[in-house]
Design a protein around this ligand. Structure first.
Ligand SMILES: CC(C)(COP(=O)(O)OP(=O)(O)OC[C@H]1O[C@@H](n2cnc3c(N)ncnc32)[C@H](O)[C@@H]1OP(=O)(O)O)[C@@H](O)C(=O)NCCC(=O)NCCS
Length: 288
């Protein structure tokens, strides 16, 4: 099979949409996102052409001066296991190297054996287990406690933090179990990167850093979902922290709340006890 690698163009959208609509049980987001991705700086969308059509696609971008993030790898369902994913991957890893990356990372859900096989064969190593945790909030809440319409009395509120809080927050996290399990990473949506003081200070300026007695969080509403990117708390206060975040999510008018949680049992249990569904994810890394 002759495979030609090139950068994606806007005209690839409709054909890619035709074969990605059923990628997952819920569909796919690639075709809708492609237009925006093509506009982004320090990012590339690579396609593999077979017989003049884009039959494979993947996206790579720099998330800091030295860290690249890869996502959205897809191969036409009829053409899998023929080396197309490998060819797109190799072009992405080369792009990252030339852009100055020292590491490329990506995330794969636990059930996705083809993707896990592919990235392992490409030399990636697992660098951390995570869970997504999600539930409805406000009117969409599945549980009466913590927001089924009735407000919970006596919960411990968290409030927007000043940027001076960035350093103590990071210091508290860095020495603890959560940072160890996270390998120093945190996730904005589905994109993991190293957490720094300047990122937390920037979050504070945007009113996305929260503080309270149970801990700190980096969280914000995005579309209809309240996204929790990072949490610092401890076993005793974890349930109060999750409850405070659910309250914030409901206040923001979001329908759902989602958090990315490193694999630390007491924190995952705190989310589950608050009615969250969870699913496993592995973050993989390739040092360049
Ligand atoms: C994951 C995906 C991109 C792989 O693309 P592909 O073109 O089929 O991959 P390749 O042919 O280059 O395979 C490379 C290696 O990956 C592994 N692999 C690929 N498919 C596999 C499968 N179904 N089961 C186990 N291992 C698999 C194998 O090690 C394979 O090498 P081999 O064929 O020599 O044994 C493709 O299956 C896909 O589009 N899946 C749906 C979308 C998706 O889940 N994307 C990843 C999101 S994180």
């Amino acid at each position: 099979m002759d495979i030609t690698i090139r950068l994606a163009v806007a005209d690839d959208r409709d054909y890619i949409a035709s074969w990605t609509a059923g990628t997952f049980s819920w569909g796919d987001y690639i075709a809708d996102a492609l237009g925006d991705w093509l506009e982004q700086k320090r990012s590339a969308v690579i396609v593999a052409e077979v017989n003049g059509l884009a039959q494979g696609v993947g996206r790579i971008r720099m998330v800091s001066d030295s860290e690249a993030w890869s996502n959205a790898m897809r191969v036409h369902p009829d053409l899998r296991r023929a080396g197309i994913g490998t060819a797109v991957g190799e072009a992405m890893w080369q792009w990252a190297k030339e852009a100055g990356a020292r590491v490329i990372r990506l995330a794969v859900e636990d059930w996705n054996d083809p993707a896990r096989g592919q990235v392992t064969k490409a030399g990636f190593r697992p660098i951390g287990d995570w869970y997504w945790a999600q539930r409805g909030v406000g009117d969409s809440s599945p549980v009466p406690e913590g927001n089924g319409g009735q407000r919970v009395k006596g919960y411990e509120a968290i409030k927007p933090a000043n940027s001076a809080e960035a350093e103590p927050a990071l210091l508290s996290w860095s020495g603890g179990e959560l940072a160890r399990a996270a390998h120093g990473l945190f996730a904005i949506g589905w994109t993991w990167q190293r957490l720094t003081v300047s990122l937390l200070a920037e979050a504070a300026k945007q009113r996305m850093l929260w503080e309270g007695r149970p801990g700190w969080a980096y969280a914000a509403p995005f579309d209809d979902r309240f996204e929790v990117y990072w949490i610092e708390t401890n076993p005793e206060d974890s349930r109060a922290m999750v409850r405070a975040l659910v309250e914030r999510a409901a206040d923001s008018g979001s329908d759902t709340m989602r958090a990315m949680v490193p694999d630390v049992d007491w924190l995952i249990q705190a989310f589950r006890r608050a009615g969250f569904e969870t699913g496993g994810i592995t973050v993989f890394g390739l040092a360049l």
